[in-house]
Design a protein around this ligand. Structure first.
Ligand SMILES: *Cc1c(COP(=O)(O)O)cnc(C)c1O
Length: 428
């Protein structure tokens, strides 16, 4: 068969580094050829060979209503007719800001940007400007986009200077970033004891979706909140993924731990490029033009992107939206667990809201170390068996999965059925 995916990937590699515009798309972790998609509708995708898939990536989260939702598309088309961009204020940006302030507990004021990376980068700058401090703290396994100061890993030995985790990041920038262990209260206390009054901010994924799916210990989050308050460090929840995904008010609402600032992205753009950072008014007022912290964007608050986001945020506020989404996601996860058990595969899984994690190990992991110990080879075999059967999961053992409101009972059933086959094929 003439495999168009293969041909396109070959050609793409000639013109685009690695053939992709974002590394995980290249399938390097699972092997094989990335799929080139040409159409999505509801829960389904079609690739260049016209093969159909049930989609559990949902563009890494944004497509919570499924692909090509008719109301979202209509809204985008309507707004697009009146120009694609003004670079000047529009009333829809105000609507968006009002909704975000209403729904996200920590947000009193908010500014729109065009990606999650921009949101975290800007939140850190304003936190530094507000506190007049340089140091930032993050956690191993959390991902906050690709700004220089966040592409940093722990140095050797606890509490040493951070090391760049990517070439091109100056050591002088990385040294201001300290990387701690997620869910480790002791490490957190040590760090604050040593340098609490030098920390500008702590940034964290309150539920981690970037090392598969790791849940926080509630005690850990509460301790973090307490220490930040005590030492005057700004607590930033990076809810680019979890915002409007795990619950309408995000992870902060779910756990009742309220940060000083929140970053958003993904779902709030409904599939178009939007990010946002917001929080306490006294902090946000440090931003230009009011204050000394510079931050800007030619396409920030872009009318078409905001239209997609607004319609998406409107539709997910329908009664029982998250209840139904959570139930469907849990059904999927439970079904797969049962399949693995029957085939004697070491497998565990969990879900929160419309997000799930699957792990090739006996019990769900609670830390970066534990997730690193899951059986990657088994995952890769599972992934390819599912893909062959038309089920599209994230091409890495370290990515969370996403269910949308468009996934039907039949989609879930078909996926569970496919998983039985996949487990069968890898049982030894
Ligand atoms: C996706 C993601 C980002 C980065 O967002 P981009 O839009 O890809 O720049 C930041 N933080 C978290 C938690 C994310 O999941």
């Amino acid at each position: 068969m003439n495999d168009k995916n293969k041909n396109l990937f070959k050609l793409s590699q000639k013109f685009i580094p690695g053939g992709v515009n974002s590394p995980v798309r290249a399938f390097s972790s699972v092997g094989g050829t990335p799929i080139f998609f040409k159409k999505g509708l509801g829960s389904k995708l079609w690739d260049e060979n016209d093969k159909e898939y049930i989609d559990y990536i949902n563009s890494w989260g944004p497509m919570i209503l499924g692909h090509s939702h008719p109301e979202v598309i209509k809204s985008v088309q309507k707004v697009a007719k009146n120009s694609l961009s003004f670079g000047a204020p529009t009333s829809r940006e105000l609507d968006m800001a009002e909704i975000l302030v209403k729904l996200v507990p920590s947000i009193e004021q908010v500014r729109l940007v065009s990606s999650g990376t921009e949101a975290t980068m800007s939140a850190i700058r304003v936190a530094r400007g507000f506190t007049s401090r340089d140091r930032i703290v993050k956690f191993e396994g959390c991902y906050h986009g690709h700004a220089d100061s966040l592409l940093v890993k722990a140095g050797s030995g606890a509490l040493t200077f951070g090391q760049p985790s990517s070439a091109g990041v100056p050591k002088d920038i990385a040294k201001h970033t300290h990387t701690l262990t997620f869910n480790d209260i002791e490490g957190l206390e040590k760090c604050f004891n040593k340098m609490g009054e030098k920390i500008a901010c702590v940034i964290i994924e309150p539920i981690v979706g970037n090392m598969n799916l790791i849940l926080p210990h509630i005690k850990f989050l509460k301790k973090l909140r307490k220490l930040c308050t005590k030492y005057g460090a700004i607590l930033i929840f990076d809810e680019v993924m979890t915002g409007f995904r795990v619950a309408l008010g995000g992870a902060q609402d779910l756990y009742g731990v309220i940060p000083d600032m929140t970053t958003l992205g993904k779902i709030i753009g409904g599939g178009l490029p939007v990010g946002a950072f917001g929080g306490r008014k006294d902090i946000m007022q440090k931003l230009a033009p009011l204050g000394p912290v510079y931050q800007a964007g030619t396409l920030s608050g872009n009318p078409v992107a905001v239209a997609a986001g607004l319609k998406t945020l409107e539709l997910i506020q329908k009664p029982n939206f998250y209840k139904q989404l959570s139930l469907n996601t849990k059904e999927l996860v439970d079904g797969m667990k049962e399949g693995a058990r029957k085939k004697g595969i070491a497998f565990s899984a969990r879900s929160v809201g419309g997000m799930f994690g699957i792990y090739f190990r006996e019990v769900p992991p609670n830390s970066f170390d534990e997730i690193m110990k899951s059986d990657r080879e088994k995952f890769n075999l599972f992934f390819h068996s599912m893909l062959k059967q038309g089920i599209y999961f994230g091409p890495s053992a370290f990515e969370a999965g996403f269910v949308s409101a468009a996934h039907s009972k039949k989609d879930i059933k078909d996926t569970i059925k496919a998983s039985y086959k996949a487990f069968e094929s890898i049982s030894d």
